[in-house]
Design a protein around this ligand. Structure first.
Ligand code: CP3
Length: 340
């Protein structure tokens, strides 16, 4: 097993330089991605292991990040669960979940049906061997998946999902349990296929108060974490998480993903020695290089050479991001001295 700085940082061990990767690092901001994307729909790309492999490797060779993240989507398990999913490019579900009958008929063996994901992992691992770069697998957290499954699309506040949660907590809870079953199986199968680390995305967790996250969501997250094989490090990202840090940590995840709204030093003060990942505002990648550099160095300085730090964005890269600025961030992070 190679000696990856990224994996060392996940466990809080010393590194030779700060590891950096970007959420949504494979995507439309890269001309090389758009060239491949011309030939397929997004879901077709996810389902063809050779294509998924090709675009997973692109940011490693073009940007120089320290970890690859498999090309797929958190919503890929929806189809085999019985949800009619399409991307336009934003996700749309034609049969959103609104009833007890729909929750009860969800297929819980869905992770068995996405063999193309595990085939892609094996192909990607082979490609990464010569590059000496680890591979991150991922899934959506049950709450964020419930947001899309009930709302039927993206939304700012997910009112339909929240209405179900407060008015029929038993139904909401059963829906969360169904997602826990599928995601546990899905992540454990990704580990078996060879990923070196996992990230769980709770992109919309921050729409809830601390009290409601703890009451409605946290028990399901603890159940999920307790059923995972812990042979690889697990990063847990929650969007808009400043008020949820302690809840996030109580799941027992190895690394806390931070969004950009909380300064790294303030977060680390609350988390003790728990490793963290983050947290540049992705929109800063549109700034003049001087401002971008200032903000990148500020994050590194606030971390203060504390072990257990992975540089990332506070959320995903957006489609029009200038590629040169993404490369600049990698250079700045790699040049920043670690240790005394
Ligand atoms: O590079 C990587 O990070 C790996 C691939 C990846 C994608 N989606 C590819 C993608 C990952 C890890 C995701 C996760 C994902 N998907 C999340 C969690 C992270 C986050 O951003 O909060 C969420 C909420 C989704 C759901 C989703 N998929 C949305 C909201 C969209 C539309 C937004 C957009 O960028 O257009 C997608 C589509 C999607 N997922 C694309 C890609 C590259 C764009 C598809 C295209 O090429 O047309």
């Amino acid at each position: 097993m190679a000696n990856y700085d990224f994996i060392k940082a996940c466990y809080g061990d010393p590194v030779s330089r700060t590891p950096v990767w970007f959420m949504r690092q494979a995507g439309r901001y890269l001309p090389e991605y758009r060239a491949v994307r011309k030939n397929y729909s997004f879901l077709e790309m996810c389902k063809k292991p050779e294509v998924a492999c090709e675009v997973t490797i692109q940011p490693i060779d073009i940007i120089g990040t320290d970890a690859a993240i498999m090309f797929s989507d958190i919503l890929v398990p929806f189809e085999p669960m019985g949800l009619d999913l399409d991307f336009n490019p934003a996700p749309v579900i034609a049969n959103p979940i609104r009833s007890r009958e729909q929750v009860d008929s969800l297929r819980l063996d869905a992770a068995e049906e996405v063999g193309f994901v595990y085939d892609a992992i094996k192909l990607i691992k082979r490609e990464l061997e010569s590059r000496q770069v680890p591979l991150i697998g991922f899934c959506g957290a049950p709450f964020t998946l419930a947001c899309y499954a009930v709302e039927g699309s993206g939304s700012k506040n997910y009112p339909t999902l929240k209405e179900m949660m407060y008015s029929d907590p038993a139904l909401f809870s059963d829906l969360m349990r169904a997602f826990v079953v599928v995601q546990v199986d899905y992540l454990n199968r990704q580990i078996d296929a060879g990923v070196d680390a996992l990230q769980i995305f709770d992109s919309w967790g921050g729409i809830l108060s601390r009290e409601d996250y703890d009451h409605f969501v946290l028990p399901h997250m603890k159940s999920l974490f307790s059923q995972l094989k812990r042979t690889v490090p697990i990063i847990f990202f929650i969007g808009n998480n400043a008020h949820l840090l302690e809840s996030q940590e109580s799941t027992g995840a190895d690394v806390m993903g931070l969004d950009w709204r909380i300064p790294v030093d303030a977060a680390r003060q609350r988390l003790g020695n728990t490793p963290v990942q983050g947290n540049l505002d992705p929109t800063l990648l549109f700034a003049e290089p001087q401002l971008l550099e200032k903000r990148v160095i500020d994050i590194l300085r606030r971390n203060g050479n504390k072990p257990g730090f992975i540089f990332n964005l506070g959320h995903g890269i957006t489609p029009k991001t200038p590629v040169d600025n993404v490369k600049l961030v990698v250079e700045l992070v790699h040049q920043y001295p670690v240790g005394e």
